[in-house]
Write a protein that binds this ligand. Structure first.
Ligand code: ATP
Ligand code: MG
Ligand code: MG
Length: 593
């Protein structure tokens, strides 16, 4: 395991461990909450991280970075990492997304289980949590803030609240409702909860400082009224906590030590601390409370990392679902042929820093090649087939139907992976692009008079080709050069510059091959209309032929198709019931070349 994040966060964690920052953590008040929420948290001194996705879509490559960072840091320091569904927004969240997120995290190699699942008695300490299970607690925390004079019910309209917030140059203006007494506020808040007020008629706000230079501290909203059915709590609530209020509480209840998020949340940190300081004063949460740390989000060129925009691609039919192999979702990357090892290597190489930037898409493919090259079995597949006829085959081999057995290593550097075998006969499929009537400069493959080796087979000499009325190539002819079979004595006596891949017509497996390119032509998509930024040629489907060893290809297990790149058997069959292979990446970066 080489995935060791080396970064500023490790220094923070190491310092906290050295100082024993969390070893003396104490609950201030109600032991009931502590007992309930601290389930499975016997050791408060442990490093405790969390990955907190909102179940409003499928996870993408940016989330992979966050998953990798949190789970690996926890592992490295002997701690735990929670998978927490940040499900406080009833309108956009669905069970389908909860399931897909659990799948993706597990596929990445991390296996959080339900905290109270008796089937996993502490097998791993990485647990699954739902923020919506804390709604009761969050409600009580809100009542506490009201009672202590730290929150008030504001009945200004949304427009008034916005206008009175001020801006970067102008301080905000106090709401006329700001001076209400705690008793008035409490009564009004309970009416909000009890459904006495219409959606949008009031919000609960923190009472902090309308003149703060940090606009997030100008009395941020804590609760809103919204009559919507929640995927977990159903219709129990008609008020829901705001993300900025809910998130620090979730961290505190789960006794998170280091709460890592992306840089956009830097301006929220003062409120995070303000809120948890108030709740600790009131004895509602343990002290010291968790701390937030920000790192630069992952941006990859030619890729969109926003669930909302990815959903738009799915809904508008530009891709074939969330797991379309062109999608930068973990489900799509997986179908495309990416492995967790490749993604982890990519995350590691992309670094963890405080300043953002764009990582080149090419480095994602490079991580895939670097992880697959040493392990992927090899196979020959012809993507754009044209027939080659060896005209003297019958004469030399004792009959036109005679087949000759050839073998090749499964992997050139791993003899222990064994050998694969396939037939050579009078007719073979070769790549259309391996033949030219007249030799172009630097071209050493098939043209009349030239000799090439059928890789792992014999040397042949091209004698000509047949074209149809439209000039389309229909057949290439060649003669076999005797005594040149690979692996036999004297096979190399004739030197050739070209070595071409092929599959015998006699044992070829028909296969659909899907060649994917970047989904977005724009290097930094997301600034204009998504439609205009799409790469129109992101998918080319070919009907090819594969060598017989691929008959036993297992879904998701990567192969290197010699000369063509890295491919994987798709989870779906093609339109005519054929096996489908997806290209994960070519042999080298050829974008724009
Ligand atoms: P999106 O806008 O795609 O919905 P999000 O940040 O709102 O992204 P969440 O479900 O809240 O999505 O994300 C869960 C975690 O993943 C958060 O901690 C967030 O910081 C992190 N994350 C999301 N996108 C990236 C990214 N591009 N790079 C690094 N971390 C990310
Ligand atoms: Mg979010
Ligand atoms: Mg979002």
């Amino acid at each position: 395991d080489t995935a060791k994040p080396s970064n500023f966060l490790r220094h923070v964690i190491e310092n906290d461990l050295e100082q024993g920052t969390y070893s003396g953590r104490q609950w201030g008040g109600d032991p009931g909450d502590a007992a309930h929420h601290a389930q499975g948290m016997q050791d408060p001194a442990k490093v405790r991280m969390r990955f907190p996705p909102e179940p409003n879509g499928y996870l993408h490559i940016g989330h992979a970075k966050s998953i990798w960072l949190n789970f690996e840091l926890a592992k490295e320091y002997g701690g735990v990492c929670h998978l927490r569904f940040d499900d406080t927004n009833p309108e956009k969240e669905e069970q389908e997304y909860v399931d897909a997120i659990r799948d993706a995290v597990q596929w990445m190699g991390y296996e959080p289980v339900m905290a109270d699942d008796p089937a996993h008695p502490g097998a791993r300490n990485d647990h699954v949590y739902f923020a919506s299970n804390y709604f009761d607690f969050m409600y009580r925390a809100a009542e506490y803030l009201i009672t202590a004079g730290h929150a008030y019910v504001d009945e200004q309209s949304a427009e008034e609240i916005r206008a009175n917030r001020g801006d970067f140059n102008t301080p905000g203006t106090d709401s006329p409702f700001r001076a209400r007494t705690p008793d008035e506020n409490l009564a009004r808040f309970r009416e909000m909860r009890d459904g006495k007020l219409a959606d949008g008629a009031a919000v609960l706000r923190a009472k902090i400082d309308m003149a703060s230079p940090n606009i997030n501290m100008r009395d941020p909203a804590l609760y809103r009224i919204r009559r919507a059915t929640h995927h977990n709590t159903g219709d129990k609530w008609c008020i829901y906590p705001m993300y900025t209020f809910a998130h620090p509480i979730e961290d505190a209840l789960e006794q998170i030590t280091h709460s890592i998020c992306t840089l956009e949340f830097e301006d929220q940190r003062p409120f995070y601390d303000w809120l948890l300081d108030r709740l600790a004063e009131g004895g509602l949460i343990a002290s010291p409370h968790p701390r937030q740390y920000e790192f630069a989000r992952l941006n990859v060129t030619h890729v969109i990392t926003s669930k909302r925009k990815l959903r738009q691609l799915v809904e508008d039919g530009h891709v074939d679902g969330w797991d379309d192999p062109r999608m930068p979702t973990l489900a799509g990357l997986r179908r495309r042929g990416y492995t967790p090892e490749a993604l982890k290597l990519f995350c590691e190489r992309s670094g963890v820093t405080k300043s953002g930037g764009w990582i080149d898409y090419a480095s994602l493919e490079a991580a895939l090649r670097d992880t697959l090259d040493p392990i992927a079995p090899r196979a020959m597949v012809v993507l754009d087939p044209v027939k080659l006829v060896i005209t003297n085959w019958g004469e030399l081999m004792g009959g036109d139907d005679v087949l000759d057995e050839c073998t090749a290593p499964v992997h050139p550097h791993h003899a222990e992976m064994g050998r694969r075998s396939f037939k050579l006969g009078r007719e073979v499929w070769i790549e259309r692009t391996d033949y030219e009537d007249v030799q172009p400069k630097g071209f050493f493959r098939l043209f009349p008079g030239n000799k090439v080796r059928l890789k792992y087979g014999h040397v042949i000499e091209c004698t000509g080709a047949t074209r149809d009325a439209d000039g389309q190539l229909v057949e290439v002819q060649a003669r076999l050069v005797p005594d040149t079979k690979s692996g036999t004595p004297g096979a190399d006596a004739i030197k050739v510059k070209g070595n071409i891949t092929w599959v015998a017509v006699a044992d070829a497996l028909p296969a659909e091959v899907r060649l994917y390119e970047r989904l977005f032509a724009a290097a930094q998509p997301g600034t204009g209309e998504l439609i205009d930024e799409l790469n129109r040629d992101s998918l080319v489907v070919t009907q090819g032929y594969a060598e017989p060893s691929l008959a036993t290809a297992v879904q998701g297990a990567p192969y290197q198709f010699e000369r063509h790149g890295y491919f994987v058997l798709d989870s779906h069959v093609g339109a005519n019931g054929q096996r489908v292979f997806n290209r994960a990446a070519g042999m080298r970066d050829s974008w724009g070349k």
